[in-house]
Design a protein around this ligand. Structure first.
Ligand SMILES: N[C@@H](CCC(=O)N[C@@H](CS)C(=O)NCC(=O)O)C(=O)O
Length: 228
């Protein structure tokens, strides 16, 4: 069976899981210890690569979420998600870039916006991630403070003063593109729908989720993707 080395709440891993789930490809999740990466020892090239997701399919090891997604669509062609050419392909490239360069970039500032919010996010991340129980508490406290500082610095660098507003602007780009369509891919989801919904699913247990859910065009589209 396919093995996906991941962190449960890593948005890049969630992109890959959205594709695996949509295509109904069975897989086993292997939660990686973010401090030691010990699970990746023995997986060719994975320790040097030093990031998740890593997908192992028999002898094949694939790195980088977008390369993994392309690999999956080629190897498991039922329910194709990529256009082969033309304007649709250009659109998909545009939205995949939007997902990685715009939407993902705005999320840290939104989950680590204030220390209480960061504490809430960290508690969840350390609960579902592979952290020894005794370390969770200290990580949550220290991590929350550290991440709030880092996320706020990162925001300032990008000229973002209000993370929620920046998220709204980013999501509006998506809903404007979606227009009256059911999915960005038309009648059924394509890779753009899956990567954007996958990324959003990474924060569904965080406080920012309520803010996302209140945006009806986003939440209604998200529900449609979940069903599909
Ligand atoms: N470009 C990569 C980015 C993957 C990435 O940055 N993953 C993060 C987790 S969200 C990571 O593994 N960082 C190194 C670490 O946490 O040790 C992809 O699309 O797969």
């Amino acid at each position: 069976m396919i093995k996906l080395y991941q962190y449960e709440v890593c948005p890049y891993c969630c992109k890959v899981k959205a594709v695996l789930d949509y295509k109904k490809i069975p897989y086993e999740k292997i939660e990686v210890n973010p401090m030691t990466h010990e699970e990746l020892e023995g997986v060719a090239g994975a320790v040097e690569y030093d990031k998740v997701p890593v997908l192992v399919d028999g002898d094949k090891v694939v790195f980088e979420s977008n390369d993994i997604i392309k690999y999956l669509d080629e190897k498991y062609p039922a329910k194709p998600i990529f256009a082969k050419s033309g304007a649709d392909q250009k659109d998909q490239e545009k939205w995949m870039e939007y997902a990685d360069e715009d939407l993902v970039q705005i999320l840290p500032a939104n989950i680590y916006r204030t220390i209480p919010e960061a504490l809430h996010s960290f508690k969840y991340i350390t609960k579902v991630g592979k952290f020894p129980v005794w370390k969770r508490y200290f990580l949550a406290m220290g991590g929350a403070v550290a991440m709030t500082i880092v996320a706020n610095k990162g925001m300032k660098k990008k000229g973002i003063t209000d993370p929620r507003e920046a998220l709204s602007t980013s999501l509006e780009k998506w809903t404007t593109g979606l227009g009256k369509k059911k999915f960005m891919g038309g009648d059924k989801p394509d890779v753009s729908d899956l990567v954007v919904a996958g990324i959003l699913s990474a924060v569904k247990e965080m406080k920012v989720w309520k803010f996302i859910e209140e945006k009806k065009p986003v939440s209604e589209w998200y529900q449609r993707v979940q069903k599909a």
